[in-house]
Design a protein around this ligand. Structure first.
Ligand code: MRU
Length: 352
């Protein structure tokens, strides 16, 4: 069900629990259209994640947690004493919505652990409280990362970011854009160059809108401009988010991130990844094992609904890539900063 619900239009309100329903700011159509998709059941929630109504690793995790609340409510209403039956299939449905961002599986695991402990009749109040905790903790983590990441930026500079790792992609405030926000407040950011981020144009549509709303100078550029911009000088940092970080520090993020890391190293530009520890997957030894989502060819062959390629041609559309840890200068998490990440440093971060 789609609606133009009367909720505040603000990047921090991409995922809103309101009036016992889940409201998702529709990121497929922003900023040209502003509308919310309302999810009242688990099927609508899973579909919204799959269809990219909501996107960005932490935001997907928060959404999935609320999806579990909706699933349990449906099951409880249908069978007050047998609500556990079928709930596991609902969690599987949510888990199958997108494969790469580990925050989805992390949030589901947290909800599953709570479910195992629940003995009261109605599971909804406890599950809702846990989903809201996941949401609030994500916002707090972003503020902490913002301060830690901003402290790494020693002199005022322009920066490049890729995709959208902002409030829209999280519970609020943002990861990479959280660092940008905090650094901008400290007078350290001149201008943000936002890669357009083909084919979904998260940079053009979402990052540009979000930064403009916050009064942070932003310029959109085609993805292939970054090399010449770095060569010209004036770019101090590339700051990005992550969808999954492997145990050895390899970073999986939006397709094109790897190219930026190579360029940054070549030009002596800092490469900073901001991601909460819910994005670190200690079960994955290296980036080579991270499942990379492949999306439909027509996402590449069309633009704005207009088909551009010759009929029948194929297109390669992996939507994430892996940046080797050796190209990463800093991983900024809410627990602290890891410089030049490797397996030992990530292990210490996660244990601490
Ligand atoms: O396909 P998307 O839009 O979900 O991809 C999002 C990204 O790659 C983000 O950079 C990442 O999730 C970090 S969001 C804080």
């Amino acid at each position: 069900m789609e609606t133009s619900a009367n909720l505040d239009l603000h990047p921090d309100h991409a995922v809103v629990w309101h009036d016992e329903k889940l409201y998702l700011l529709d990121q497929r159509v922003l900023p040209v259209e502003t509308r919310f998709v309302v999810c009242e059941d688990v099927a609508a929630t899973a579909k919204s994640i799959r269809d990219m109504v909501v996107r960005g690793a932490p935001a997907i995790g928060v959404t999935a947690a609320y999806g579990v609340v909706l699933a349990a409510r449906e099951r409880f209403h249908a069978a007050p004493t047998g609500w556990r039956d079928g709930l596991s299939a609902d969690l599987d449905l949510l888990a199958a919505s997108r494969p790469t961002a580990v925050n989805l599986f992390w949030a589901l695991q947290r909800m599953r652990r709570l479910l195992e402990r629940l003995d009261q009749l109605d599971p909804v109040p406890a599950l809702l409280a846990e989903a809201q905790r996941i949401h609030v903790e994500d916002i707090a983590a972003n503020h902490a990362m913002g301060e830690l990441g901003a402290a790494l930026i020693k002199a005022p500079t322009d920066v490049i970011t890729h995709c959208n790792a902002g409030a829209l992609a999280t519970g609020g405030y943002g990861t990479a854009l959280g660092v940008v926000r905090s650094a901008h407040r400290a007078g350290k950011i001149g201008r943000v160059y936002a890669d357009e981020t083909r084919p979904w144009l998260q940079g053009t549509r979402l990052t540009a809108w979000e930064l403009q709303q916050s009064g942070i100078p932003v310029t959109v550029q085609a993805d292939n401009v970054a090399a010449s911009l770095m060569a010209r000088g004036g770019i101090g940092w590339v700051i990005v988010g992550a969808d999954r970080i492997a145990a050895n520090g390899d970073v999986c993020n939006k397709i094109g991130t790897y190219a930026l890391a190579v360029l940054a190293r070549h030009h002596g530009v800092g490469f900073m990844v901001a991601a909460p520890t819910s994005t670190v997957d200690m079960n994955i030894a290296s980036g080579a094992d991270i499942p990379i989502e492949q999306r439909a060819a027509d996402e590449v062959l069309a633009c704005g609904g207009t088909s551009l390629g010759p009929e029948g041609v194929d297109a390669h559309n992996p939507v994430f890539d892996v940046t080797p840890a050796s190209l990463v200068d800093y991983i900024v998490t809410e627990r602290g900063v890891v410089d030049r990440p490797d397996a030992e440093k990530i292990r210490r971060l996660m244990q601490g």
